[in-house]
Structures are given as C-alpha cells and as structure tokens.
Design a protein around this ligand. Structure first.
Ligand SMILES: Nc1ncnc2c1ncn2[C@@H]1O[C@H](COP(=O)(O)OP(=O)(O)OP(=O)(O)O)[C@@H](O)[C@H]1O
Length: 609
C-alpha cells in the first residue's frame, strides 16, 4: 500500500472511529494534524517564525526612533555612535526582510499544497464512505445534499484550515508580543491602550456570539436547496412533458426565500464586526492621546512616547483584524466539519467482508432462502416477506409473479445483498450470504434491472464496467450477442462514442441491450432479472427476450416477472400473495394456469400480458 493511501486510510479511520456526537472544526484540525505530524510541525514553525519576525520590526524601529529623537547625548557628543546604530539597524532590517520574504514564500507555497491535498483527501474519504454505505442510507437523502457535502464542505474545510492556522497561531503571538513591547515603552499609556483594545475584543465576542449558529442554519438551508436543485434537474423530462416551466420558474424563487432570510442576521453581524474594528482603531488612538495629555502634566516625557506607542499599537490592532476574519471562518468551517463528520461517522448496517469473507471456489450449485422474514430498515413495522423457503438449483430458471408491491423486487435486492433478511438465512452452497466475501460473490451474479444504469463514458467503458480486465474485442463480441453491434458501428465514434450522463442518447430498449452485453461479458453463474415493464414495446421486448434467453443458458436465473412471455418457459413459477402474504403457489406455467388459485386469477385478469 502506498504512503499516500496509508495517510488517507488513517484520516478515514480516525474520523470514522471518533465517538462523540459532534466534531467541531478544532477537533477536525487536531485529527488532521495527528495523522500527518511532520507537515503539521513544519506549518507551525513557519507561522511562528513569521509572527516573530513581524513583531520584531516595530520593536527595532522603536529602538532607532528612541535613539534618534531622545538620546540627545549620543547625538551631540558622538555623531559616529548614532551613525553606527543607524547602519546596524539597516543591516538587521535587510536581513529581517530577506528572512521574512523567504519564510512567507515557503509558507504560502506549503499552504497551497496542503490545501489542495487536504481537499482531495477529504473528498476521497467522504466518497469512499459513501460507497461503503448500504442502499438504505440513500433512501431518505437527496443527491444534491450529498453532493454539497462532497463538493462544498470538503473545499470549505480545507481552505479554512490553512487560513485559520495562520491567524490562530499568529494573532495571539502578536497580541502578546505587542502588549509586552508597549509596557516596556510606557506602562501608563500601555495600560490605557490595552484596556481599550481588550474592551473592543469583548464587544466583538458578544456581537458574534450566535454567528456560528447562524452559519450552520445557512449551510443547512443551502444544502437542502442543492438537494431540490438536483431533483429539479433530474426531473427535466417531467417538467418538459408537463409544460410546467412557468410553475418551476416561480417555485425556484420560493426555494431561495429562506436562504435570503437567513442571510440577513449573518450579513448584519458581519457588518457589525467590520464597523467595530474600524471604530476601534480610532477609539484606541483617541484614548491614548487623551491619557498622554493627562499624564504629561506630571510626566513631561509621556507626550514624547506617543510615537513609539502608536507604532506598537499598529502591531496590536492587526491581530484584531485577523480575529474578525477568524470568527466567521471558524463558523463556516465548523458547520462544514460537522457535515463531513456526519457522513464519516455513519456506519453501514452490515459488512461486505471484502477481506475476511468466505470465498466459494467451486460452482454455485444451490441458493437456499431459509425461513426468510424481511422488513425494510426504513419501515421496520411493515413485513414484506413472510417466512419464505425456496431453493434455486444450478442452471434452472425461476420466476416470481404477484401483484404490484407483493415483494418481488425485494427478493432480487436480498439476493444482491442490498439488504440483509430480518430473520432467516440465504445460503450459497450452504454458506450464509452474510459471511461471504461480497465483491467476489457479486462477480458471479448478474443483475438486469428495470432502469438500466449507464455511466458517463464510451461504449467500451460501459460494457466493461465490473469486468475491467476484458479486452475490446471481447466487448465487441458481447455487443454482437446482444444485437447492439450494428447500432454502435453506425454511431459517429463507434465504440468510442460517449453515451452521456445516464445514457441520454440511447432508447429504453438500447439501454437494456447494453446491460445485456455487460452481462454477456461477465463470467456469470447467476442471473437476477427485474423485467422492464413499461420501457419496452412488445416488438422490442420480443427481440430482447431472444438475447435474454441466450444469456440465460446454463445459468441459474431468477426473474422478477411482469410478462407472460418470460414465465412460460421457466422451470418454476413462484406466486407471491399481496400484503406480505408470502408464497401462495408454485409450479410450472402449464400446471398453474389450469388449477384454481392466485396465479389463474392474475393470468385471467390479464396482469401477466
Ligand atoms: N426502501 C424501501 N423502504 C420501505 N419500503 C419499501 C422500500 N422499497 C420497497 N418498499 C415496499 O416494499 C413493498 C414491496 O416492494 P417491491 O418493490 O418488492 O414490490 P414488487 O412486487 O416488485 O412490485 P412491482 O411489481 O410494482 O415492481 C412495497 O409495498 C414497497 O412500498
């Protein structure tokens, strides 16, 4: 495993195994630092060095100003001495500038690199976590909301991390150094200035008290808007076919209303922050001058100390400006950190055992569904499958029929282990499916679903998906078997034609054929087919059936049937009763259509035409 992946795994593990309810920005910062100690130390060293050098400049300037203006003795009696101080100052300042420039250059370069790497690491970590989640994780979430987490929150956190590290370490250092230097120059004036400065900080903290909460709310609203936006774009066909463009135009305005409303307090507090900071500069200067005037009646030198004090104050108010940036940045970063952690901490309902699962080397001879009871985790009170017992023998074909909602598709989901049975077992050659190495098992299972999934990519990439080691000529052979070769050959770029997102350029039947070609390419033993009902017309359906029949040869096939043509020739039909009644009849087509019962009713009611 490369170092790069080790680091990712570390970050993922630490994030996944952190067991508190929330993870704020600071905890995330600590976690990132802990998983990459060397870079973190380098970052801290450069920031501290920069802060020290920045603070040294006013102190050095003060020394020279003092020497030049107030040390009359050295100026009058030894002009040479004064000249020496001047030259030494120039040399030191030149060195400081060279050192400071080098540090700033190195630090900024380092920060840019870290930001981009962190962003990628967060994105990879969150995407891997999303791949790990089981299907039920997605049933109550909008794609747009998930996209916001993957795209926005990861960028936000990584950008803020480098910016905030800078100000979080630098600001307190400069504040402390500035305070000390002011006290050295004049304790009275320093006290007056500092009381004013720190009062301003207190007011600042009070004003931004709820800033973080406001940002979190804003972030939640934006994420929900993104969810709705993605949903609208996905429903483009519905909008076009219903003539509802005007309605949608108005709807999107309404969707953004809460965002604008929530932005008001955020904008108000942001503006208050800048105002206080601008005012604080003037207020502090005023207070210092007033105090200097008052003191000058007893201490004549205090007025003269105004110059170095003002120089020192400039160094002190700078971190205050940084604080103004820190607070909203922490608020934004914390809101995003919580969202990232929300994904990272959620554990899948079951494991895929990709490292420790049982691998079956021999042919899959039998699949047994033993005493299966099933309810969806999303709706545990509703039993979908009731005490089901079926055995699928190698090379035979089975079809499930029943009214809509009877649980036919649910069986295919269990066989693909999208879900685990609530009780009972699915045994593959006698081994519990829950204990098998899932990726290896799925390599031998083909799934033809109602809505074929086409990825953004060319024909080769689409057909090879899941069988990446196959050659281009094997793909062409598979497409010929699926009766797709002629169509692809007539496309502008042939097999290199990009099929577009969700296969927009293909018809329903062509998409089905592409999936069949994918299945021909894989070395499958089991076929699970959820028949497309409405997508295909009768003629296309018949043509596709010919390809499917060829695909089914020598494979154990489980068909979720909606059409008569499929079930006529299967070895066994399993009839499911409505409302979780379970299996109510079994047999061949010829048998079932003759005897009184559920199947005959479905058949006669035309539900299988
Ligand atoms: N993710 C889910 N969470 C909760 N209930 C679900 C979920 N998916 C499906 N169901 C419910 O489970 C029941 C069985 O659904 P299933 O899709 O297996 O039916 P089906 O027999 O294949 O129907 P059809 O012929 O209409 O495709 C339905 O009542 C459905 O509402």
């Amino acid at each position: 495993m490369s170092k790069h992946y080790k680091y990712n795994a570390n970050l993922e593990n630490v994030l996944s195994n952190y067991n508190k309810e929330r993870m704020g920005f600071f905890k995330l910062l600590y976690t990132v630092g802990k998983t990459n100690k060397k870079v973190a130390s380098l970052v801290i060293i450069t920031i501290v060095a920069q802060a020290l050098l920045v603070s040294i400049v006013p102190i050095l300037t003060n020394i020279v100003i003092q020497q030049a203006l107030f040390d009359n003795q050295s100026r009058q009696s030894a002009g040479q001495d004064y000249g020496q101080v001047w030259y030494v100052w120039i040399i030191i300042m030149t060195l400081v500038v060279i050192l400071l420039s080098s540090i700033v250059f190195f630090k900024d370069w380092l920060f840019s690199i870290i930001t981009s790497r962190l962003e990628v690491k967060f994105k990879i970590a969150i995407l891997r976590k999303l791949f790990e989640q089981d299907i039920s994780y997605y049933s109550d979430k909008k794609i747009g909301e998930i996209m916001t987490k993957v795209l926005y929150d990861t960028s936000n956190v990584s950008n803020e991390i480098s910016g905030l590290l800078n100000s979080l370490i630098q600001a307190p250092m400069v504040l402390i150094l500035g305070t000390v230097s002011l006290f050295i120059i004049s304790p009275h004036l320093a006290t007056a200035a500092l009381v004013t400065v720190y009062s301003m900080v207190l007011i600042l903290v009070f004003v931004v008290k709820n800033y973080r909460k406001n940002h979190l709310q804003l972030r939640n609203i934006m994420s929900s808007i993104n969810g709705i936006t993605a949903d609208k774009i996905n429903s483009i066909r519905l909008i076009k076919s219903s003539g509802t463009r005007e309605y949608e135009n108005k709807e999107i305005e309404k969707i953004y209303e809460p965002y604008l409303k929530q932005y008001k307090p955020v904008a108000l507090k942001g503006a208050a922050l800048s105002t206080i900071l601008i005012a604080s500069d003037v207020i502090v200067a005023m207070v210092v001058v007033i105090v200097a005037v008052l003191i000058s009646r007893q201490d004549s030198e205090s007025f003269a100390k105004l110059v170095p004090i003002t120089a020192g104050l400039t160094a002190l108010t700078r971190p205050l400006w940084q604080v103004s940036g820190i607070i909203p940045a922490i608020s934004r970063a914390s809101a995003s950190a919580e969202k990232i952690y929300g994904v990272m901490k959620s554990k899948p309902l079951f494991l895929e055992h990709e490292h420790d699962g049982i691998i079956i080397n021999e042919d899959i001879k039998r699949i047994e569904l033993k005493n299966i009871v099933f309810s969806y985790p999303e709706q545990p009170s509703k039993t979908i499958l009731q005490n089901m017992n079926i055995t699928f023998e190698k090379g035979k074909s089975y079809a499930f029929v029943g009214e809509t909602g009877a649980g036919k598709t649910t069986i295919s989901k269990l066989l693909l282990r999208f879900y685990e049975p609530s009780s009972g077992e699915i045994l593959i050659n006698g081994h519990n499916l829950n204990k098998l190495n899932l990726p290896v098992y799925l390599q031998r299972v083909g799934y033809v679903e109602q809505e074929p999934q086409i990825i953004f990519g060319n024909v080769f990439e689409n057909v090879k998906y899941g069988a990446f080691d196959k050659t281009d000529s094997q793909v062409i052979r598979a497409c010929k078997k699926a009766k797709l070769h002629e169509l692809i050959s007539n496309m502008p770029d042939g097999y290199n034609t990009i099929l577009g997102e969700r296969g927009f350029i293909l018809s329903g039947g062509q998409k089905q054929r592409l999936i069949i070609a994918r299945m021909f390419l894989k070395d499958l033993e089991i076929l699970v087919m959820d028949e497309a009902t409405s997508a295909l017309d009768n003629i296309v359906e018949k043509e596709i059936q010919v390809s499917l029949n060829e695909l089914m040869v020598n494979k154990t096939t489980v068909v979720i049937a909606h059409r008569l043509s499929t079930i006529k020739h299967v070895d066994e039909i399993i009839v499911l009763g409505a409302n979780g009644a379970g299996i109510v009849q079994r047999g061949t087509f010829e048998n079932l259509k003759k005897i009184e019962g559920h199947f005959k009713k479905l058949y006669e009611a035309g539900m299988l035409e």
